[in-house]
Every structure is written in structure tokens, then in C-alpha cells.
Ligand binder design. Structure first.
Ligand SMILES: Nc1nc2c(ncn2[C@@H]2O[C@H](COP(=O)(O)OP(=O)(O)O)[C@@H](O)[C@H]2O)c(=O)[nH]1
Ligand SMILES: [Mg+2]
Ligand SMILES: [Zn+2]
Length: 306
């Protein structure tokens, strides 16, 4: 019997598509096409689902059974303290990097998030929050590079409609340093978020662990946000050294001029990127950020190797 035939025979007649909107180990919350949410069990030991997964499931007496997970477009991963990779969410289409006048911007961190977005195949959006406190130079720099930037205030509500429209049609995740206003923005964008989070942790009886679980929310203006403290604090996963430059879109043109295909743009002769830095086409600050990220990836690799 062919593999396809075997699978066909085993498929439950009521199998239908769904979306994982929260995951609690062997138990997941699945949403159907009518946006009804119900508890499901994962069928078999080998299935592992995360928030954002597209799945196949069928209803049984009380809940549902998830039988398959559709191939992921991408994964939001984070290396944990022991160097293992934890998958926080899947199928992200847009990473929203939040910066603000206060606390002082960690420029390297913001660059790193934007690089991670491109490396994982997601669009990026820069949100400059706390516009009531003034502007941030880095936002202008990002605009010059070509990143979309919106300036908003979660406090006064200024330009929140522009943000809502930039989120519509996307599955987004908000990231950024502590204190920039990610929770405030989420609470403004998602009516009832604070209440929903509380109810979920009470209902599951899993206490503190549950509040760090990623949850997918629909936005009133269209689009979805995957939210949790865990995903907000995500760090880019280890990346092949030669791929790090892909995280800096304004290098694209210049790196085609490098003499060597495996040029890391450090001390190699005839490097197009360094030439572009010298003549001002690439900012020296972004180039330093690139070198810092390269250095970080090298260290992560060494740690992983033991
Ligand atoms: N002035 C001003 N303060 C804000 C704004 N958004 C958030 N805050 C404040 O910034 C602090 C950190 O916000 P929070 O949402 O907890 O940031 P998070 O750590 O990124 O989740 C809180 O005291 C908020 O009240 C804003 O648009 N303007
Ligand atoms: Mg917060
Ligand atoms: Zn080079």
C-alpha cells in the first residue's frame, strides 16, 4: 500500500483545517474557520504544535484531535539558557520592532531584531512609540534605509490607526527592549487583552507557566497579533556567518561587488561593503552593528559546539 493511500485511509471523515492559537504541551487551543476555539489533543507523541500552526483536526465527543501540522512558513525561535532552541511561534508574516525615546534606544538590539526578521523571511515594521515624548533619530535612519516606520503614542492614541492599518493582513509579533511600551501597545490594539490573559491562566490551572504562552489574537482592524512576554523578548537564533549580511538589506547592492563569494566584509581584499562604508553609501553605524552581530553569531556557534 502506498504512503498516500495509507494516509488517505486513516483520515477521519470529519477532518478539517484549523489554527493553533495557543499551545500547552500536549493540549492546544484550536480555532476553526468560524473562529470558534476549542481544546484539542495532539494525536501521537511525535506531533508538536506551537501558536500560529495551521493544522488538520476532527471533533470527538468533547474536544478535538489534531492529526497533522502543515509545513511552517517560518518559526520564531529563541535559544534558551542551555543553548537549546525553543520554538515560540510559527507562521509569522511581520516582526514589529518597537523603539521609543525612553528608555534610551539600544540601537544594536533594534538592528538585530530587524536582521532576524529578514533572515526568518518575515516583513518588518518599525514602530516608534511615545511620540508624545519626542522623536528618535534611529527612526529616521531606518526610514532612509527603506524600512516602514510609524510613530505612535499608546498613551495619547496618536496615529494608532496608522499602526492598525500596517498590521492588517499580517500575523505580527511585537518585539523590543523592556519599557518601550509593547504591553501598552498590545493592550490598546487588542480590546480585552488583559482580561483574556487572566481568564486563560485561571482556566488552565497551569498558573504562571501559562501566562508566558504565546496567544494569537485577532485585531479589530484586521490581522492578527501573537503575544506573550516570551515572544516579545525573543532573540535571533544562531545564523550561518555567511548569511548574517542578508539581515542588512542596504548591503544587498554592495556585497555583489565583493571579490570573494564568501566575503564576511571584515579584512578581505576588494570588499564591496567596506568600499560602500568608506564612500558613505552604507552607514558606519550599521556596519559596526553588522560586525557585532557576526561576532555574536560566532560566539553562539562556539558555545553550541561546547
Ligand atoms: N509617555 C508615554 N509613556 C508610555 C507610552 N506607552 C507606554 N508608556 C509607558 O512606558 C512604560 C513601559 O510600558 P510597557 O507597556 O510596560 O512597556 P514594555 O516593557 O515594552 O511592555 C509604562 O510606564 C507605560 O505607561 C506612550 O505612548 N507615551
Ligand atoms: Mg511588557
Ligand atoms: Zn565583502
Amino acid at each position: 500500500m502506498s504512503e498516500a493511500r495509507r494516509r488517505q485511509r486513516k483520515t477521519h471523515p470529519e477532518t478539517r483545517p484549523g489554527r493553533v492559537v495557543a499551545s500547552y504541551g500536549r493540549r492546544v487551543l484550536v480555532e476553526d474557520d468560524q473562529r470558534q476555539r476549542l481544546n484539542c489533543q495532539l494525536k501521537g507523541r511525535r506531533l508538536k504544535a506551537v501558536c500560529g500552526d495551521r493544522v488538520e483536526w476532527y471533533p470527538d465527543s468533547h474536544n478535538g484531535i489534531v492529526t497533522a501540522i502543515t509545513t511552517r512558513r517560518n518559526e520564531l525561535r529563541r535559544p534558551d539558557s542551555r543553548g537549546r532552541v525553543e520554538i515560540l511561534a510559527a507562521n509569522i508574516s511581520q516582526l514589529v520592532v518597537v523603539i521609543a525615546p525612553t528608555p534610551p534606544v539600544d540601537e544594536f538590539l533594534a538592528d538585530r531584531y530587524l536582521a532576524a526578521a529578514r533572515l526568518m523571511g518575515a516583513d518588518s515594521l518599525v514602530v516608534c512609540n511615545k511620540s508624545d515624548q519626542g522623536s528618535v533619530d534611529l527612526a529616521g535612519e531606518y526610514q532612509t534605509i527603506g524600512y516602514p516606520v510609524v510613530s505612535v503614542s499608546a498613551q495619547t492614541g496618536e496615529s494608532m490607526e496608522s499602526l492598525a492599518s500596517a498590521l492588517s493582513g499580517h500575523t505580527s509579533v511585537l518585539v523590543g527592549q523592556s519599557g518601550v511600551g509593547k504591553s501598552s501597545l498590545s493592550n490598546t490594539l487588542i480590546p480585552g487583552l488583559a482580561v483574556a490573559t487572566q481568564t486563560l491562566s485561571e482556566g488552565s490551572g497551569e498558573g504562571k507557566h501559562t501566562t508566558s504562552t504565546a496567544i494569537l489574537h485577532h485585531l479589530p482592524g484586521g490581522g492578527e497579533i501573537i503575544d506573550s512576554p516570551g515572544v516579545r523578548d525573543f532573540a535571533p537564533p544562531p545564523t550561518e556567518l555567511k548569511r548574517v549580511d542578508f539581515g542588512f538589506p542596504e548591503f544587498d547592492e554592495a556585497l555583489r561587488q565583493c571579490r570573494f563569494n564568501d566575503c564576511l566584509h571584515l579584512k578581505e581584499p576588494q570588499c564591496g561593503v567596506r568600499a560602500a562604508v568608506d564612500n558613505g553609501e552604507i552607514s558606519a553605524r550599521r556596519y559596526r552593528s553588522y560586525r557585532e552581530l557576526l561576532h555574536l553569531m560566532r560566539k553562539l556557534k562556539e558555545n553550541a559546539a561546547g
